[in-house]
Design a protein around this ligand. Structure first.
Ligand SMILES: Cc1cc2nc3c(=O)[nH]c(=O)nc-3n(C[C@H](O)[C@H](O)[C@H](O)COP(=O)(O)O)c2cc1C
Ligand code: SF4
Length: 395
């Protein structure tokens, strides 16, 4: 894959302009607390979907006294329609590792772990070669960049193909060699994570932005995007459009403008945020992709005029029935009931009363499920029922 595989709106791709080592050297020249202040002041929010402020997360972990601490890179990328992290790891692994190393310096950790999804096994050698090279360049290892006592290493660990292992506590269970099931929270990983020690879990893209902020500065990052969603975002665009691929756009771009860029202007809807995100209909295409409007981890699936919305809903619910870990009842039983409900809708045998019951069940799952999987698995279905009533009832 060539280095310009990530498309922009005619600008230079940000990641391609950041030389390996520069962000780390800048970070090592300042006190640890200033690194966290920079990340916090930039208002960088997690790119894995939930949008938690990275500086605040790092600050919590830095405040913990217990050691050792860990920095984890979430490279599970299992959300349907998401493939931006794969490209970042292929082309800009240095930036990701640099973000981890800067995070290690900031919170006081000496080990980083990359949790790589099973389907990306082909990237393992590339990542391990990058680790080896960075050690040879003294960008990893002992006394990094000549800073006495700053030691940090990175290891790659493989996932085994479960979507739920992208959830940070299930990821940690899996890393520890247990079945990948989400933990009760609190305690949060920043207090008690990997091996019950303070741990920061960040998305691949979040980590890659950290050295960019170190090099270009807080004001540069804040000058892009919106007040509550600063910076650029990488979007994985697929579906019914002329130019699918990975794009760098500023946060706050409208759905309509994004569709223009990717050649999908005749879409009737866009599924934003993967299977766990919402379906945005054409009448809402002026809405903005930003945490304060339509939040997203970056998956954009364009839905052309000929698509059957119930087929989409069926596909999504089928996925969640498969991927629920089964630990809690609202998710294990609820997803199955919703899938059967979609099948009844398709067959024209679902009464209005039962549809209301299904909506009630979906809302209950959102509040009663233990982790984000069950809390979000009905979001797409509810938005499809809300916006495509004609298609659903016209059967
Ligand atoms: C079911 C489920 C799957 C998830 N999968 C991923 C994933 O593949 N990659 C990711 O970065 N975050 C994923 N997350 C979010 C993580 O739990 C966590 O919020 C994220 O890794 C934190 O990093 P960030 O703050 O940099 O976004 C998932 C969450 C849930 C509930
Ligand atoms: S919500 Fe679903 S995936 Fe999450 S713990 Fe419960 S059963 Fe498992």
């Amino acid at each position: 894959m060539s280095t310009d595989a990530i498309k922009t709106q005619g600008n230079t791709l940000t990641f391609s302009a950041i030389p390996a080592g520069e962000g780390l050297r800048k970070a090592l020249a300042m006190p640890r607390v200033d690194i966290i202040d920079m990340v916090r002041d930039s208002k960088l929010k997690g790119r894995g979907g939930a949008g938690f402020p990275t500086g605040i997360k790092w600050n919590f972990a830095a405040a913990e006294k217990r050691t050792p601490k860990y920095v984890m890179c979430n490279a599970d990328e299992g959300e349907p329609g998401t493939f931006k992290d794969r490209l970042i790891l292929s082309e800009y692994a240095d930036l990701v590792m640099e973000g981890m190393t800067i995070g290690g310096r900031a919170i006081g950790a000496s080990l980083g772990l990359i949790y790589l999804r099973a389907e990306y096994a082909y990237l393992r050698k590339h990542l391990e070669d990058t680790i080896k090279r960075r050690k040879a360049e003294n960008l990893l290892g002992q006394n990094i960049c000549g800073v006495e006592g700053f030691n940090f290493n990175i290891m790659v660990a493989m996932g085994a193909g479960a979507y739920v292992c992208g959830e940070e506590t299930a990821l940690i269970e899996s890393l520890e060699g247990f079945r990948g099931e989400p933990r009760n929270r609190p305690p949060f990983p920043v207090v008690s994570g990997f091996l019950n020690r303070p741990s920061v879990v960040n998305n691949v893209e979040t980590l890659a932005w950290v050295p960019c902020i170190m090099v270009n500065g807080v004001d540069w990052f804040k000058s892009i995007g919106t007040n509550n969603s600063t910076g650029h975002k990488l979007f994985s665009v697929s579906g019914d459009c002329e130019k699918p691929g990975v794009y760098e756009f500023p946060f706050g771009i409208t759905v309509a403008d994004l569709l223009k860029e990717v050649g999908g202007s005749d879409a009737k809807a866009v599924q934003i945020g993967g299977a766990s995100g919402r379906c945005v209909p054409k009448k809402d295409f002026e809405r903005r992709l930003a945490f304060e409007d339509v939040p997203t981890g970056g998956s954009v699936i364009v839905i052309g005029p000929g698509r059957d919305m119930l087929d989409l809903a069926h596909n999504i619910m089928d996925f969640f029935v498969d991927e629920s870990c089964g630990q809690c009842t609202p998710c294990r039983v609820g997803n199955d009931k919703l899938l059967k409900g979609v099948e009844m809708l398709k067959a024209g045998t679902c009464s209005d009363e039962y549809l209301d019951e299904l909506k009630g069940l979906a809302n209950t799952m959102q509040v009663a499920s233990k982790c984000g999987l069950g809390q979000s698995s009905s979001v797409a279905l509810l938005s499809i029922i809300e916006h495509f009533g004609d298609e659903i009832h016209g059967r």
